[in-house]
Design a binder for this molecule. Sequence first.
Ligand SMILES: [Zn+2]
Length: 178
Amino acid sequence: MLFPLNARPSLAYNTGGRRYGANRSNGTRKHAGCDLIAPIGTPIRAVDNGTVQAFYFFYHDTYALEIDHGEFTVRYGEVNRRLPPGIRVGASVLRGQHVANVGRLSGGSHMLHFEMYDNSATGPLTNRRNPPFQRRSDLIDPTPYLDAARIDGGDQAAAVLPQFITPWSFARMCFPPP
Ligand SMILES: [Zn+2]
């Protein structure tokens, strides 16, 4: 699997409110993915070959792109409404292809919210009746996959994304809801 951004975020995705399993909604549910903090507009790359399954409004002015990668499905969440040319439901995408851009939540924060499913189940990825994550039953922890993922482009392997933190986005970043 490729890393979905051109560089690793300088804020760790395995700790605090950004980690998988962090509390959300006052502890009534758990964070179903990892938050990869990145500047607004950062290109998002398909982590493997796949087929676009869905694209829809997600949260606070941002959208979500679902791609079936065969062995697993990824929900690329909190992305910009405008997609690169050719990215539409039913389109085939190649590993590393630019498929979306980091969006801006209405509160000002910005990240890729990254969820993974192992494709042992079917149906909508969000299932409010399935606590604690409120997601489809085949949701998996993306952390080890992200840890092992290669950055596309050798000279960028050591790069770390810069920070653009405003006071209000930092406050939201502590517990960004989805
Ligand atoms: Zn998130």
